[in-house]
Design a protein around this ligand. Structure first.
Ligand SMILES: Cc1cc2nc3c(=O)[nH]c(=O)nc-3n(C[C@H](O)[C@H](O)[C@H](O)COP(=O)(O)O)c2cc1C
Length: 302
């Protein structure tokens, strides 16, 4: 019954939450989907790989497309492009901790500059009519936890919803996600707040909702190798096998060449977690050279 009361969503993950995995998550009951981060400038200049990342299918609605960037005008042009392509929402990445991204003022670096962030919000808000959302961290580091300040500014600039992954940029993915920061943001603004961080099960999602009052819950790493986390009911071994087979088919249909091969390896390695001899199987999967060989090795171990 948990899934009937909690809006569970798949968190954006670069090189993971591509079209096939999003369809699998939706098939398992995930709510609004979000693309992986899309470089706004690369999209605007028509980079082929980026345009491919920005592709989605009608059955993915409702879907948010997430932009990574810092220049307000470039972000606005990319957002208009995605709105015209049918995106239901544009989400601004304010959480990416990667050094070469923050060095460009993008991702989590936007949180260090509340005035600059306000200009980005205002420019994006003027550019598009669909929902505009942001995904933030707790702050830059332990001395500058400013999620509440950024959330208030965002609300004032007409942002429709905020996802909070409460670790700071300095924490990256270490330690425990301090959910109390999500609760503080919920208390500070009237727009919906989506909680994120360390939710591995539907029970965790329930606990986060109770602890923070968030309107929806986003699950990232907990969905790797376990997209059935979005359906609270017990999933049989037979049903898991069906979901994994469909995932493989979707990868082969929608991705090409080395990208498809790498995605099969990554996701099947995640699905193999908990198998006896999983580490060996993982090594074997990554050494194989064709999609058929990778899938055969997985199903032989299943
Ligand atoms: C491999 C990986 C890639 C990620 N890529 C993105 C991204 O593109 N955009 C984003 O906003 N967050 C990204 N994140 C952060 C997740 O969306 C999420 O905030 C974080 O993993 C915490 O949630 P979790 O504990 O449920 O995994 C990524 C996380 C991981 C593990």
């Amino acid at each position: 019954m948990l899934d009937s009361v909690i809006d569970l969503r798949l968190a954006p993950m670069a090189a993971v939450t591509n079209l096939p995995f999003r369809l699998v998550a939706r098939g398992c009951g995930a709510g609004r989907l979000t693309s992986e981060e899309i470089d706004a400038r690369a999209l605007v200049v028509g980079n082929v790989r980026t345009s491919e990342l920005a592709r989605f299918l009608p059955e993915e609605h409702p879907i948010a497309m997430q932009l990574l960037g810092a220049d307000p005008d470039v972000l606005a042009e990319a957002a208009r492009h995605l709105e015209a392509a049918g995106a239901d929402a544009i989400d601004l990445n304010m959480g990416c901790p990667v050094a070469k991204i923050v060095a460009k003022g993008q991702g989590a670096a936007l949180m260090r500059d509340p005035l600059g962030a306000a200009v980005v919000f205002r420019t994006l808000r003027k550019a598009i009519g669909v929902d505009l959302t942001i995904k933030i961290r707790g702050g830059w580091d332990a001395r500058t936890v400013n999620a509440v300040e950024i959330a208030r500014i965002a609300e004032g600039e007409g942002i429709d919803a905020i996802t909070v992954h409460p670790r700071t940029r300095s924490q990256q993915f270490s330690g425990v996600a301090p959910w109390e920061i999500i609760a503080r943001v919920v208390d500070a603004v009237a727009i919906p707040v989506v909680g994120n961080g360390d939710v591995r099960t539907a029970e965790d999602a329930w606990a986060m909702t109770r602890a923070t009052g968030c309107a929806a819950v986003m699950i990232g790493r907990g969905a790797l190798g376990a997209p059935w986390v979005f359906q609270a009911a017990e999933v049989s071994r037979h049903e898991r096998a069906r979901i994994i087979r469909r995932h493989c088919e979707l990868i082969e249909t929608h991705l090409q060449g080395l990208t498809a091969l790498l995605q099969l390896k990554k996701h099947l390695a995640w699905y193999a977690r908990g198998f006896s001899g999983a580490a060996k199987l993982r090594e074997a999967l990554f050494a194989l050279e064709t999609p058929a060989a990778v899938q055969d090795a997985f199903w032989n171990a299943w």
